[in-house]
Design a protein around this ligand. Structure first.
Ligand code: GTP
Length: 364
């Protein structure tokens, strides 16, 4: 089976993490988010993955290359200007001659792709949309269906009393290639706002494929943190991606931990790190490669990317620190902070809860 994954967006809501890293490449438990998706697709017999690139394309291509290392064939299609979700697929139209998956490149879920394809082929719809129930529909694209599954209405971000269902578009579709035929070339088109409602209006059959289980969209920093925590804890983790679940503490090659450091699981530390005397790390916490945690530092539910240095007696709580940062001695980084790449925090500085620090900033 073939899948096309949309990874061309700028990920503005996830800034500053996405200022220098495409959303698909943000590390989730020390591996790019997209690698978790690819692993899952491969498990469900998807053997060819087309990536639609636009924002920072070279970072994605350089990592996945031809896909051989991940057991799939990777094909790349690049847009010079963003074409929107459906426009990006139109741009790759020549690669598809039978029904294929389309996935938003920021969603991880427990969907049974094989079952969805079987349902699609059996019902004769031109498109099948995976649907997931949510508690609060107001931030999502609601999809109303008739009892036999036929889609009757799309409502984007409705008020709570405006719709009769809590089923929303889960960001995974199966399309028959011919639905792309009449679309304009090189023009931005959205699935949710244009292509799907247009097909419905012209009387085409669209079907919903409801599923339950794990589903997360890492579009915002809170959700990104949540996914890391879920994979670390394993409790709600989707499938095999929970390879670290249940591990007390996992340390990468070449990492040294002072015997006086305390790690409260689950904690994952990458390669070539050093954890100093008297450090206390409370999980769920993930630390990338090449990091140094100075003596007496305390980290509580933190996500640290690569090559970060944290000074003596620093305090970090429930926050994210991206690549190549220097957090000096006695600094405090509060709950919900998101610190971008290459930030320097001068000694004893306090970054208030909820602050976003842009890449390259010197915080004094
Ligand atoms: P925000 O700016 O935070 O809304 O993020 P986004 O635009 O990157 O993502 P959004 O959730 O709006 O889009 C869903 C998926 O479609 C993401 O995986 C995006 O990378 C992808 N996407 C959005 N717009 C485009 C586009 O114009 N071209 C391509 N190739 N992909 C896109």
């Amino acid at each position: 089976m073939k899948a096309i994954v949309l990874v061309g967006g700028e990920g503005t809501r996830l800034r500053p993490l996405t200022c220098q890293t495409p959303k698909a490449m943000v590390p989730v438990v020390n591996r790019p988010f997209l690698e978790h998706m690819v692993e899952r697709l491969k498990k469900h017999a998807v053997d060819t993955i087309v990536l639609t690139l636009c924002y920072l394309p070279e970072l994605i291509q350089k990592y996945f290359k031809d896909g051989a290392r991940f057991g799939v064939k990777m094909v790349y299609i690049e847009e010079k200007v963003p074409l929107g979700t459906a426009g990006a697929v139109k741009n790759a139209e020549c690669l598809f001659d039978e029904p294929f998956f389309v996935l938003n490149g920021d969603v991880l879920c427990d969907l049974d792709y094989g079952a969805m394809m079987r349902a699609h082929l059996a019902c004769g719809a031109v498109a099948t949309i995976a649907l997931i129930p949510v508690e609060d529909v107001t931030q999502f694209g609601v999809v109303e269906t008739a009892p036999e599954g036929r889609i009757t209405r799309f409502v984007e971000k409705p008020k709570a009393n405006e719709v009769g269902t809590n089923m929303v578009n889960a960001g995974t579709y199966i399309l028959d290639p011919h639905v792309l035929r009449d679309m304009p070339r090189n023009k931005p088109v959205s699935f949710e706002r244009q292509l799907f409602p247009g097909l419905l209006a012209s009387g085409e059959r669209l079907t919903g494929f409801p599923f339950t289980g794990y589903w997360i969209d890492i579009g915002k920093p809170d959700n990104y943190m949540e996914l890391n925590y879920h994979l670390l804890i394993g409790a709600r983790s989707p499938g095999k991606a929970s390879s670290v679940a249940g591990a007390v503490v996992e340390l990468g090659q070449g990492t040294s931990v002072d015997p006086g450091a305390i790690m409260d699981a689950p904690v994952v530390v990458g390669e070539r790190c050093s954890i100093g005397a008297g450090v206390v790390i409370k999980g769920p916490t993930v630390i990338g490669n090449g990091c140094r945690i100075g003596p007496g530092a305390r980290l509580d539910r933190v996500i640290v990317w690569n090559n970060v240095s944290i000074g003596k007696n620093a305090r970090l709580e429930h926050c994210i620190v991206a690549n190549n940062c220097l957090v000096n001695d006695n600094c405090c980084i509060g709950e919900g902070c998101v610190v971008g790449d290459d930030v320097k925090v001068t000694p004893s500085c306090v970054i208030q809860p909820g602050t976003k620090v842009w890449p390259g900033t010197l915080v004094t």
